[in-house]
Structures are given as C-alpha cells and as structure tokens.
Unconditional design. Structure first.
Length: 353
C-alpha cells in the first residue's frame, strides 16, 4: 500500500514495483480487445466506439483485481464501484458519439461522391459542348469565307448558303439557351411564377411546335388524354419540359415510327407519359439518361433525318425543371421503345375527368 506521507522516491519505488504486475494483467485485456476490434472492423462505428471505450475500463478492472490479489477490501470495493460508474457513463456516451460520427462520416462521404460526380459531369459537359460548338462555328466560318471570296456567286447558291448559316446560327442559339437554362437550374436561380396550368394546352402547343420536325422524319405524334389535369406550375417551364421530352422522342424514333403523348391523373398527381420507338435503352445506360451531356446514341436508334442530335442537355434540363415543380421524372423501357413519365402535383382547382 502507498501511504500519504511517503516521499516521492518511495512512491516511485512502489510504482516501479506495481508496474510489471499492472502490465501483466492489463496487456492481455488490451490484446484481446484489439482482436475484438479487428473482428468488428466491418461493423458499425457505434459498435467500434463502444468496444474501444470498454477496453481500458475492463483493463483497469482486471489490473486492480490482479494487483489486489482478489482481496475484496473496502478500498477495492470502492475502486470497483467507481470503475462501474465510469463504465455506465462512458459506454452510452460512446454509443451516442459513435452514431453521430457515423452519420457525419456517411454525409461527408456522400458529399465527396456528389462533388466528384459533379466535377466529372462538368468535365464531360465542357468536352461535349466544345465539340458541338466547334462544328457549327467551323461550318459558318467556311460558308462565310466562301461568300466573301466570291467562290459562291450564283443566286440560288448564295440563298442556300444563307439558309444554312441561319440554321447553324439557330442551332448555336439553342445550345447557348440550353446552357443558360441549365446554369439557372444548377445555381438555384430559377424563379417560377406558379399558377393553375391546364396540362393539355401545354402538350398541344408543344406537339404542334414539334410537328414540322416529326413530318420531316416521317414520325407520327399521337396525343391521348384519359383525364384533363390542371397542375400547379409555371407555363413556360412546363412547356419546356414537354417540348424537350417530345423532341427527344422524335429524335430517337426511326422513320415511320410513332411517338405517343398521354395524360392521366393518379391520386393528387398529374401524369405525363411520352412513349417513343427508339428500340429501348440498355440497362447500363438507362440510369444515366438524365445526366448532363449524356446521349447514348450508339445504343439507341440513330437519327437518319439529318437533323442535329442536340447537345445532350434537354433531358437534364427537363429533370431540373420537373424537380423545381416538386415533381418526379423517370424512364423505363416500354413496348418498342421507352417511356418517360412525369408526375406533377395537381393544382387546387379540381381537374375534370
């Protein structure tokens, strides 16, 4: 026993005498605890934290019992009671802290994954847009130089070049507009003026706007409404959603194919379904169709109409606009092609069936 009146040298002598026995009893407990931690390496962080707290507590108990020679005196019982109280406090604290740290670790890991995915998406977008911008710019430059140098002088040839330059300019303008819209969505700067919008009117206008493209490709566009939903949304953005989906369906549908646009109501949601005849989307690509700059044209029916294939932003923009309306958009293979399905909340106005 160490007495209170002993000198520092005597206390050091006692410590050196006790130390080998303390290590003899505590080290095996620490070794077993290390093995237990290794066995639980794939378990939850809360479990690991609990075991990590129990190891020194159990080592202390074993060390005290061993040095006392298992002579249960009043002093030993007091020490054991203190160790028990410490365990009752530290173990629940370890469980709570372990769960908090685990949640934070999961959140940080998911945040890093989202950041890496966003960075990869940005790099892919820059690569796609750089390529798509270069093509029409090169064509415009070549045709402008031909006109300026007098290489093209016949009236009908000049008119043809002017029309082609106008077409390329329109294409560039559309791509810039898509980029601007996408930047508004991703930056959270999209402001919607919400009102009650009859979805059938939006669909009819969008289909009418895409009819010339469909006629050039000999693609039939059909409308069918099992209900007349009125949704809560912004008319221009809803029109953009429908236009992008219908345009995408026409682009990937082969000549003499059919694009079907259907409206329905399911509970408190309006359903907009756009079916195409693209031949289906491979399983390894269907989860990426809404990614920025993703096209997947190699696996789907190629566009033989001579129209542009787009910048790969239409579906990403549609997804962002749908989510801005507190809706949901999804895609799955259906019949001879695939179906894009949009669910939007109904307006407070009752929709007639």
């Amino acid at each position: 026993m160490i007495n209170a009146g002993e000198s520092a040298l005597d206390m050091l002598t006692h410590v050196l005498h006790i130390l080998p026995f303390a290590l003899l009893f505590a080290l095996p407990v620490a070794a077993v605890g290390g093995l237990v931690l290794y066995a639980l390496r794939n378990r939850s962080l809360a479990t690991t934290m609990t075991v990590l707290v129990l190891i020194p507590v159990v080592a202390l108990l074993v060390g005290v019992l061993g040095i006392s020679g298992f002579m249960f005196t009043e002093a030993l019982m007091t020490e054991l009671l203190v160790c028990l109280l410490v365990a009752l406090v530290t173990v629940p604290a370890a469980i709570v802290l372990g769960r908090v740290i685990a949640r934070r670790s999961v959140w940080e890991r998911e945040a890093r994954e989202r950041e890496r995915a966003a960075e990869a998406s940005r790099r892919e977008l820059v690569a796609w847009i750089s390529h798509d911008l270069r093509s029409p710019l090169a064509g415009i430059q070549a045709m402008a130089e031909a006109l300026a140098d007098g290489v093209v002088s016949e009236r009908h040839e000049v008119a043809d070049y002017a029309q082609r330059i106008s077409g390329e300019t329109t294409r560039l303008s559309g791509m810039v507009g898509d980029l601007f819209e996408l930047s508004r969505i991703t930056a959270g700067a999209l402001e919607l003026t919400m009102s009650a919008v009859p979805l059938r009117d939006v669909v009819s206008d969008a289909v009418a706007a895409q009819s010339p493209v469909a006629e050039r490709k000999r693609v039939r566009v059909l409308e069918n409404a099992d209900a007349w939903p009125v949704v809560s949304g912004s008319d221009p953005e809803l029109a953009r959603i429908v236009r992008n989906l219908v345009s995408n369906a026409i682009r990937h549908t082969p000549p003499d194919g059919t694009v079907a646009v259907q409206l329905d109501i399911d509970g408190d949601q309006a359903i907009l379904a756009v079916d195409d005849s693209c031949g289906g989307i491979p399983d390894d690509e269907i989860g990426r169709v809404f990614d920025v700059a993703f096209r997947g044209t190699q696996a789907r029916t190629p566009d033989r109409s001579g129209t542009t294939s787009g910048g790969g932003l239409g579906l990403a923009i549609a997804k962002g606009l749908v989510e801005a309306h507190r809706g949901h958009i999804g895609v799955h293979n259906h019949g001879p092609g695939c179906r894009f399905e949009v669910r939007l909340p109904l307006a407070n106005v009752a929709a007639g069936v």
